[in-house]
Write a protein that binds this ligand. Sequence first.
Ligand code: LLP
Length: 709
Amino acid sequence: MKYIDSDLYWGKVKVKDIAKLVGTPFYLYKYDVINRAFKKVDNAFEGIEHILCYALKANSNLFILKMISQWGYGAEVVSGGELLLALKGGFKPEKIVFSGSGKSETEIEYGIKNNILLFNAESWKEILIINKISKKYKKIQKILIRINPDINPETHRYTTTGLKGEKFGIEWKKVPEVLTKTKLLSNVKTVGIHIHLGSQIVKKEPFIMCANFIKKFIKTAESSGIKLKYINIGGGLGIDYENDFPISDKVSGKKEKALTAKEWADTFIYKNNWRDKILIIEPGRFVMAKGGIIVTKILYKKRSFGKIFYIVDAGMNDFIRPSLYNAYHNIMPLQKRGEKQINVDVVGPICESGDFFAKNRNLPVQKNGDLLAILSAGAYGRCFSSNYNSRLRIPEILIKNNKTAIIRHKESANELINNQPIETIWIDLKGKQTTKFLKNKNLSIPFGKFSATGNDFIIIDNRENILKGLNLKNLFSYICQRKTSAGADGVIVIEKGEKKYRVSFYNPDGSTAESCGNGLRALALFLMKHNTLFSEQIIESKDGIHEIKFQGNKPKVQMFIFKKSFKEKTLLIDNKKIKGYIINSGVPHFVILGKNTEDPKLMDTAKKIRFNSVFEPFGTNVDFIKKIKTDKIMIRTYERGVEAETLSCGTGAVAAYYIARKILKLKSPIKVITKGGELIISEEKGKIFLSGEVKEVYQGVFNLADIQF
Ligand code: LLP
């Protein structure tokens, strides 16, 4: 970072230019600074087998996580949310470790299901729960025992974790007993230990004590027959906040006051014989802090009782470290206005006197509207921000190769309002509903729009009952209208099931449908994209329980054939005999073989069949199929409810598959070519699966404020 003609540059980028583009305040990161810091730590441990598990809590921006996983590193997570982000960010499960003093059963299950490397277990009770859940999945889960070694890291009280009196880990004296007891459990295996002393540790001594402790511990444990393969030394390596440039800038030439990565690594390496061990390190701050800054604008320069305040547009809700830990962060103006300095307080707009970034700091003279950079804010910054004072959280920008990109947009006003119904349902203590839900006057309904081989769907997550009290038939027929609304071939609503998701399908006329194959595929993708945290591999719909599988990010959904419904039937349409097969694949289909699928009049015939008295009162879908290869058929489908031809129909393809197998004697898998694309139907252990192209088109929010339902 340097000034050129009084303007502040980060690398070759004039920081002010970004502010012009995106407005203030914002977080700004630099790719190469972060990359270099990672390499610095990684290289420091060269020669010892180790896994660098980046501590996501320092910064969990998804784009940044993707960068880090692509560099080949692992992740340390402390919640289900962080695990979700780590997986989405591309970290390999076998390089993910899960810490935390209060992991819930759901979080533990989520970790086990996703085959993470190990848990850093923090109590005997937690170990028992890991054992119970891993038994359910017929696994043996690796764990490390987190030890509280009672060592003072000489850092801020709030970031001290390995000292007597803190909640973390198991007190060292009790660990041998826990190790012995754990040996008796059938579904966990202790493979090592974990110690994290605290954070922002800048002295060598605490780490030396820790290394000595580990050495002694290994000796005692292994002499009593307990093999420790993994030694996790946690994170904690601090940085010199007063001297921001040693990583990024050789110009300053200043000696860093904090321990270096090499010194940190050497402390452990020289004290121990690691030949048969795998070391885990969990750095957060050291690798992220210096790669990020906050850019903020001076809204008002104000003098009060002789003191000068720069009141800026970022607040403690955006960056809490100065308020919470009295942390020091350098502040630099984006534009120098001479050499003169004045003593100021840099404060935010929040209604608390703890809302400050610097107190009694000598800073260059600035004017109203000038911009400031708060340095070393890449770690524990944006991820630690809140909506306090109902402020919108600020965007994140990344510089890479002198180009910039927005890697998180500014929060929208909608996000402040969503999920908070203005009118709600009152529940008495016995769980009975006491007040009827009234008209939703200001209701916003978030949704996803998906397309699956030419069928488009609106998907609404109703697990929190956001649709309560609405006339769904009216609402959904409105939503499905093209031109006057979003438009769709159907609406899919997700409800809370007993254990699984329950799902309901609605036709464009607002009536319900029993099932929809393409809809299920869209739904599977929706759950993967938005809800994997609590996702089940099973979906319950009116026609039964569907299994869902993923190949990469392509879902494959289980479909049904109700074989008993099969019947050959000849109809008389326009005085012509038409032979077909009745088969129910979740919804009723009438499948006709061998017709010319290019025939433009086909749908007129289909419509007549659909309303033929034979199928009353419910009607039927109508499919025309033609064999084109030994493993390929063409299909055209008239859909009941849509009352027209659709580009593709999942249940239709399954019905066609059944008839092609039974009558045409084709073998599984069969490719079904629809107007919207190719569907593949396969059979696995007697179960039928449907797959094919599916994508998310957009997400949105229906604003029902002015619409009466
Ligand atoms: N591993 C465990 C188990 C941790 O609890 C932490 C941080 C780390 C690794 C990463 O530590 P680092 O390398 O970043 O020091 N909000 C505070 C820092 C809290 C650290 C919590 N645990 C701050 O802004 O200073």
